[in-house]
Ligand binder design. Structure first.
Ligand code: F6R
Length: 263
């Protein structure tokens, strides 16, 4: 696990965007795993800039989103379909046929088969080359809440009261946040070739400390990233506030050999 601590979210988001740019230059038909929420907004803004100003070409890229609220139509203002259109897809040239976001409108016993097919489509696309993650204040990745099986696959999950409260600002009121979601599983996420997790703000400090330095536990699903061979954590100062070895992580980054540097 590589832990990179920088002052601000803008610098870290630009770094993540450069990782994606380098991947697409190397592999124009790369498959990206995408996240929503407040955290990746600056990353999407930077990717849009790279597309407009440097001609970063997404025309062969495929994307798979982590999750969607169940019960929301794709044009619901708080749906992740709407979020992705507004914040990314309307501004770059990913072909619509290459965009995959779990449906929020699957119901009842259709759900397991739908989730199985989502997994199959990821496999058909050759697996995820680079997965962007945010992190919940309870350590969830995707919407794999505490106690999620660390080998889980795409499936329905129930949101914890804390996540519903965290996400209430995106809805008309706290009672409006759906209880259920479809999310890629922890096992699905762990199969990505490269995982890039962004964490900004003091509210994430406890989850970040557990992820990097805590014992691996389903009670904090992000801790499984310690087992991933190629995970990069991009953390701002407030989110790094509870790390015990932050000086060491900074030292390691400052002494990276030149050939390993993306910046
Ligand atoms: C979103 C997702 C979630 C968020 C997490 C953090 O697709 O899968 O895991 O990344 O809830 O949300 P923000 O970024 O809003 O703090």
């Amino acid at each position: 696990m590589e832990v990179i601590i920088k002052n601000d979210a803008t610098t870290l988001s630009a770094y993540a965007a450069r990782l994606i740019r380098e991947l697409i230059r190397r592999k124009p038909d790369a498959t990206l795993g995408l996240a929503t929420g407040g955290t990746p907004l600056l990353l999407y803004r930077e990717l849009i800039r790279l597309h407009r100003e440097e001609g970063l070409d997404f025309s062969f890229v495929s994307t798979f989103n982590l999750d969607e609220y169940l019960g929301l139509a794709p044009d619901h203002p708080a749906s992740y379909h709407q979020y992705m259109r507004e914040n990314f897809f309307n501004h770059v040239n990913v072909p619509p046929a290459n965009i995959h976001i779990p449906s929020g409108q699957i119901q009842g016993d259709e759900i397991p088969e739908y989730c199985r097919r989502y997994e199959e489509e990821i496999q058909r696309a050759g697996g995820i080359d680079l997965q962007i993650l945010g992190i919940g204040s309870d350590g969830h990745i995707g919407f794999n809440e505490p106690s999620s099986a660390l080998t889980s696959r795409t499936r329905i999950k129930t949101l914890s009261p804390r996540t519903r409260q965290d996400n209430a600002p995106f809805f008309a009121g706290p009672g409006e946040v759906p209880h259920h979601v479809i999310t890629m599983g922890v096992g699905t996420i762990m199969e990505a070739h490269h995982i890039v997790l962004l964490a900004f703000g003091e509210k994430k400090a406890r989850a970040v400390a557990e992820t990097v330095e805590g014992p691996i536990s389903a009670l904090c699903p992000s801790t499984i990233l310690q087992m991933h061979p190629n995970a990069t954590l991009l953390i701002d100062e407030p989110a790094a506030g509870k790390l015990q070895r932050s000086e060491y992580y900074r030292w390691v980054f400052d002494h990276k050999p030149g050939w390993q540097r993306v910046l």
